[in-house]
Design a protein around this ligand. Structure first.
Ligand code: GLA
Length: 347
């Protein structure tokens, strides 16, 4: 039977409870593991994690979404959703059994449901164990959990966004220095997010492969990271595939910088989003046929300034910049003509 609260699942009150949001990235996709710039915003959907000590040598982890309990001895990683939590516990020096109640309304696929879970877990743990962790260090610990316990060599964007972004502005992050500042949305526009209904396939292997390819491209170009290349012509000397992958990262970085120039309005921002999608589909090859269909329907709608896939790709969510007040009507019109069962996520 599904438990609806920590109290109901474990028969007592939790000792710490925290939430953390998912994110949608407006521009700057697949640049954050090459030191580039990203422009995510938080979404209203959140993960919630409640924790309490259970006085045993075993963690008892309950996911309300899955209605599943996983028991993991302290010091072990476990499988399924367990590593997201046990990774946080291990890297925070937890030596005693914890009970955890987890619930989330962040859809899986492109909106950082895993980062939200890690950041919520680490926030609850910070409270419970009085950890000395600021919001940036907390985000970086979440990244370390992905690398060492989940096995995805992600960049820093998702955990930084979940830990530091709000829903009212975009958060420009320089993923090399971790400098950041809030950037307003273009005037007269609002953000629409649609879940394509296409489950992500091969996302982890495809992601790690892209990362290896652009690392190799940077090595061949003699730069520490592709962030250090600003002229797209420089990648033309690379062998095929590496050339296309590097071209995406370099042009995408330039698109983020172009979006920050003075006088950029919703129309210009939308054009940059459309160009980003074309680059992710062509040069980076991380889109999906159905996602392309949805993006094309959005781009053809008169109230849409621009649309693109968002997140790692291989299925998942799309983001559009839409005329203020028109997001829901646009979503309804577009979903009526879409061949899969998509759904509006934001607003
Ligand atoms: C995933 C990763 C991020 C980032 C995006 C693509 O969400 O977790 O670090 O690389 O893909 O921009």
């Amino acid at each position: 039977m599904t438990h609806t609260s920590y109290e109901e699942a474990f028969g007592r009150a939790p000792q710490a409870t925290a939430q953390a949001p998912g994110r949608v990235n407006l521009l700057g996709e697949h640049t954050d593991y090459q030191g580039g710039f990203v422009l995510p915003t938080a979404i209203p959907q959140q993960a919630t994690v409640a924790l309490g000590r259970n006085g045993t040598d075993e963690h008892v982890l309950y996911s309300a979404n899955l209605d599943q309990t996983i028991r993991v001895p302290v010091g072990e990683v476990g499988s399924g959703f367990a590593p997201y939590l046990t990774g946080c516990f291990a890297l925070s020096g937890v030596q005693e059994g914890l009970n955890a109640f987890i619930t989330s309304d962040v859809p899986s696929g492109g909106l950082s449901s895993s980062a939200a879970l890690e950041v919520a877990t680490l926030r609850a743990l910070r409270d419970l164990a009085d950890l000395d962790l600021d919001d940036v260090a907390l985000a970086l610990r979440g990244v370390q959990v992905e690398h060492e316990f989940v096995g995805v060599k992600c960049g820093v964007m998702d955990q930084m966004a979940s830990s530091l972004a709000d829903t009212r502005t975009m958060l420009l992050i320089d993923t090399r220095s971790l400098d950041r500042r809030a950037v307003p949305f273009p005037a007269g526009a609002e953000v629409l997010v649609i879940d394509s209904g296409v489950p992500r396939r091969l996302a982890e292997s495809g992601y790690n492969e892209r990362r290896a390819q652009v690392e190799e491209a940077a090595r061949l170009l003699g730069v520490p990271q592709l962030r250090d290349v600003t002229d797209p012509a420089a990648v033309e000397t690379l062998p095929p595939i590496l050339r296309e992958r590097a071209r995406h990262v370099v042009t995408e970085n330039n698109r983020v910088l172009a979006a920050l120039e003075p006088g950029v309005d919703a129309v210009r921002f939308g054009q940059l989003m459309n160009a980003s999608h074309a680059s992710l589909k062509g040069d980076y090859a991380v889109s999906h046929e159905r996602v392309d269909e949805l993006v094309a329907l959005l781009q053809a709608h008169p109230d849409v300034y621009g649309a693109r896939m968002t997140g790692a790709g291989f299925g998942g969510a799309v983001v559009a910049l839409v005329r203020q007040g028109q997001a829901t009507a646009t979503a309804q019109a577009v979903l009526a003509g879409y061949s899969e069962q998509g759904s509006q996520v934001v607003p």
